[in-house]
Design a protein around this ligand. Structure first.
Ligand SMILES: Nc1nc2c(ncn2[C@@H]2O[C@H](COP(=O)(O)OP(=O)(O)OP(=O)(O)O)[C@@H](O)[C@H]2O)c(=O)[nH]1
Ligand SMILES: [Mg+2]
Length: 312
């Protein structure tokens, strides 16, 4: 291995919906984490491994920690997400705090910055403002830059100025990678070159089903659902993987919404999820989805534990 090899764990920390998972996928050039316009899409810690291309004289590896968006919890699921995010921030070598270029900083951003000041004031961090493509109001952007510069005083910010990016336009990502490389500590190659994540194919599969539920539902339904894998059979047939899963909801009326008129909604979710899963597995998939009511599963520690390990 190169003598000057650098590596480190970098936590993606920020409010829900600012584009943490999108950033991870774009840098890795593959879909490791699901993305949706609904808040609280990510519910687990997902590692994404980026290897610097040695052809340009950089030798190193970043292990990104994609984390649930930080918000004040209202149930046990929220509490679990919060703990995952805070633990991820504490264990990282560098924290990337992400917010948006186009919207004013809110109470959520201030709450996170206060938490950082109390819990990891010495930890190196970078401020990233995503969605630059939406920041047509340059006054707003300038105000945001000044706000975050000031807000991060007292923290160990590696660059005083926020780094502006647009994941959607693939803008500023190479610059961000260069800045990270500059500050990565010397360290080992933690993961082999061809392992992009610590997550299993089963986990990614349940996430791809959940992504289609998020995309195809509105209001309280997206947050009330979870996916429980029942069967993942790749052995019985060489040409086909059979996957059976439950989509959990909390009430009968949510079940009705998810199934839709004449089963149209669940069929759409199934066929769109199957396309994504086939891309992931590079194989034909038979996908059988059923909707099951599990009352207050978000408040039920046992159910949450079961779900957490169901697709490991
Ligand atoms: N216009 C625009 N939209 C973006 C950009 N980056 C991400 N998005 C969109 O923002 C939404 C949220 O993206 P996610 O990556 O799921 O956000 P997140 O921070 O991981 O959200 P949580 O998992 O809920 O914490 C999605 O609809 C993305 O397509 C960007 O640079 N510009
Ligand atoms: Mg996410």
């Amino acid at each position: 291995m190169q003598e000057n090899y650098k590596s480190g764990f970098i936590a993606l920390v920020g409010r829900p919906n600012v584009g943490k998972s999108s950033l991870l996928n774009e840098i890795l050039e593959q879909k490791i984490a699901i993305v949706s316009s609904k808040v609280q899409t990510t519910r687990n810690k997902i590692l994404g491994v980026y290897n610097y291309p040695s052809s340009i004289g950089q030798f190193g590896q970043i292990i990104f920690l994609d984390l649930p968006g930080l918000h004040k919890p209202v149930d046990k699921l929220g509490e679990s997400c919060l703990k995952i995010s805070f633990d991820g921030a504490k264990e990282a070598d560098i924290i990337i705090f992400i917010s948006e270029s186009n919207s004013a900083p809110g109470t959520g951003d201030n709450w996170i910055i206060d938490w950082l000041k109390t819990n990891c004031p010495e930890k190196p961090c970078l401020i990233v403002l995503n969605k630059k493509d939406l920041a047509r109001n340059t006054g707003r952007l300038k105000e945001n830059i000044e706000f975050y510069k000031l807000a991060f005083k007292g923290l160990n910010s590696l660059k005083p100025d926020p780094i502006l990016i647009s994941v959607a336009k693939k803008d500023g990502l190479d610059h961000l990678l260069e800045i990270i490389y500059e500050h990565l500590p010397l360290g080992p190659q933690y993961f082999p070159d061809d392992i992009p994540t610590n997550r299993s194919v089963r986990f990614l599969t349940t996430e791809l089903i959940r992504e289609q539920v998020l995309i195809n539902t509105a209001e309280e339904v997206p947050h009330s659902t979870a996916v429980e894998m029942i069967e993942f059979d790749e052995k019985s047939r060489e040409d086909l993987i059979t996957i059976r899963a439950f989509i959990l909801v909390e009430t009968e009326s949510q079940k009705g919404i998810l199934i839709g008129k004449k089963g149209q909604k669940i069929q759409r979710i199934g066929s769109e999820a199957r396309i994504e899963i086939e891309k992931l597995l590079s194989k034909k998939v038979f996908l059988d989805l059923k909707v099951k009511v599990s009352k207050k599963w978000r408040q039920n520690t046992q159910e949450l534990n079961k779900l957490a390990h169901n697709s490991d």
